[in-house]
Design a protein around this ligand. Structure first.
Ligand code: NDP
Length: 492
């Protein structure tokens, strides 16, 4: 069988890939050996900055098929009945570095890129419908508590619980994280949520608020802490093995796509702020509507090129889909694209996995990763706008209806829904009440385990927040903390 010729990166044939070029058989090596220098130089540059959050990830290609009809709410082609759109998914843990074990108790990223005919639509969510904070001003501080302590270079449970116990808005997400769903067995056995409130708008210029949900069709499966410790003892790559293996076997994971729709004016009436990322919309008020099926059916051929280089950003929306006033969403619209410009280069959307599958015409000029033959205006003379050389022009039909907002610019503390005080407890109580006795016992034990070594005053401050959710919650955690301390003493 004839084999292809090995070449340098410039395409010249490599005559010898076994022996470096030396003066005499024992060396030294000649500077002239550019093939050797190229090889070593490339090795030095094989890593790019890992993501500050969501560094460890697993992903695959797939398709979104729309089976329902929400055309009265949105003109987005990707959401029209019968639409089939190729897509990419990347799942991740939040806190661990690139080499972290897959089966850690952590929130999972659930990032989706839909290559629509009207541009890329990215839905960059998590496996939870809410988040720890509601104001982006707190996000860098929160992430510091999840990452390593600057002096010890270790994770710090004290920092985590200090921050959480001083931030009651985190209770909802902390409860989900410490519940069974905080440790899914594989990425296929968890739900995905767009988490933020977005908007849909139709041809008549009417806006509706929307939440996106992806419900696993594999069923929910979780590990206990003890089970995950045993798994990590065997493999640190359990998610990669499971996702890659299932797709190679033709067992394609699927999720049911649902939306919750809220009429625009309702946002003034709900007893909670519908743009608060620490809140859900109760299903009884806004029932989930089935609209499609997401299926992952193709593994990447090259992990680095297609998953490490994948750049998801909530700023990527398409006509018919819009943002909402959610402060966290607003900040992520900036910070995700900014992270990719830093990590991958200014023109990161020219990397094949990020490249839209529709025509792209813009006037952004030079810079890192501009590999698509310079300007993308379609005409080398059209490098500014307006121009008289037939360069691309704006499309008024893509104009979103105005976002109806009034108020004075200020640094507002969070308020609740219409006329209400902010309430960080009611929805957590609703969740707590969904848990059976076994789920509650595991919740208490997981929290106690995570509080190991945390000063008593911080534990007590946090337990008072649990008391405010439900007296059983605070009491259960206190008892589990005491039992863990007793077991620790007995072991010593
Ligand atoms: P519902 O009973 O109608 O919905 C409960 C939701 O909770 C379902 O979507 C279910 O997901 C999910 N759920 C069940 N067990 C857990 C768990 N251990 N961890 C996280 N989610 C779980 O009630 P409401 O809509 O009134 O919501 C009640 C509470 O449920 C909320 O306060 C919130 O904490 C939680 N929740 C609500 C969601 C929403 O969008 N309304 C979404 C997810 C959670 P599934 O359908 O996959 O079983």
């Amino acid at each position: 069988m004839s084999r292809t010729t090995l070449t340098t990166t410039a395409g010249a044939p490599v005559p010898d890939n076994q022996n470096s070029l030396t003066a005499g058989s024992r060396g030294p090596v000649l500077l002239q050996d550019y093939q050797l220098i190229e090889k070593l130089a490339h090795q030095n540059r094989e890593r790019i900055p890992e993501r500050v959050v969501h560094a460890k990830g697993w992903g695959a290609h797939g398709i979104l098929k729309i089976t329902g009809d929400i055309s009265k709410y949105t003109k987005a082609k990707v959401l029209q009945p019968g639409a089939e759109t190729p897509m990419l998914a990347r799942f991740s843990t939040v806190a661990g570095e690139l080499g972290a074990a897959d089966h850690e108790r952590d929130v999972r990223g659930f990032a989706l890129k839909f290559y629509t005919s009207e541009g890329n639509w990215d839905l960059v969510g998590n496996n939870t419908p809410v988040f720890f904070v509601r104001d982006p001003y707190k996000f860098p501080d929160f992430i510091h508590t999840q990452k390593r302590h600057p002096r010890t270079n270790l994770r710090s449970p004290t920092a985590m619980w200090d921050f959480w116990s001083l931030s009651p808005e985190s209770l909802h997400q902390v409860t989900i994280l410490m519940s069974d769903r905080g440790l899914p067995v594989t990425p296929m056995h968890m739900n995905g949520y767009g988490s933020h409130t977005f908007s849909l708008w139709n041809d008549r210029g009417e806006r509706y608020w929307v939440k996106f949900h992806f419900k696993t069709l594999q069923g929910h499966r979780h590990y206990t802490n003890a089970e995950s410790e045993a798994v990590i003892g065997r493999t640190r790559e359990g998610y990669q093995e499971a996702l890659y293996g299932a797709i190679e076997k033709g067992e394609f994971p699927r999720w049911k796509m649902q939306v919750q729709i809220m009429p625009e004016r309702d946002a003034e009436k709900t007893p909670y702020n519908p743009f608060d990322l620490t809140k859900v919309w109760p299903h009884a008020d806004y029932p989930p509507i089935d609209i499609g099926i997401l299926e992952l059916n193709r593994n990447p051929d090259n992990y680095f090129a297609e998953i490490e280089n994948a750049a998801f950003s909530p700023s990527n929306i398409v006509p018919g889909i819009g943002f909402s006033p959610d402060k966290m969403l607003q900040a992520r619209i900036f910070s995700y694209a900014d992270a990719h410009r830093y990590r991958l280069g200014t023109h990161y959307e020219q990397i094949p996995v990020n490249r839209p599958r529709c025509p792209v015409h813009h006037y952004h000029k030079d810079g890192a990763m501009n590999v698509m033959g310079g300007l993308q205006s379609g005409n080398p003379d059209a490098y500014y706008e307006p121009n008289s050389v037939n360069g691309p022009v704006e499309s008024p039909a893509a104009k979103e209806p105005p976002l109806k907002i009034s108020g004075d610019a200020d640094r507002y503390a969070q308020k609740g829904g219409a006329g209400q005080q902010v309430d960080d407890f009611t929805q957590v109580r609703a969740l707590f009440n969904l848990f059976d006795a076994g789920q509650k016992a595991r919740l208490f034990a997981n929290i106690a385990a995570a509080m190991g070594g945390v000063p008593a005053e911080i534990v007590e401050r946090q337990c008072r927040l649990f008391d405010a959710v439900h007296p059983d919650y605070g009491a259960g955690v206190r008892a589990a903390v005491a039992a863990a301390a007793g077991a620790q003493q007995a072991a010593e």
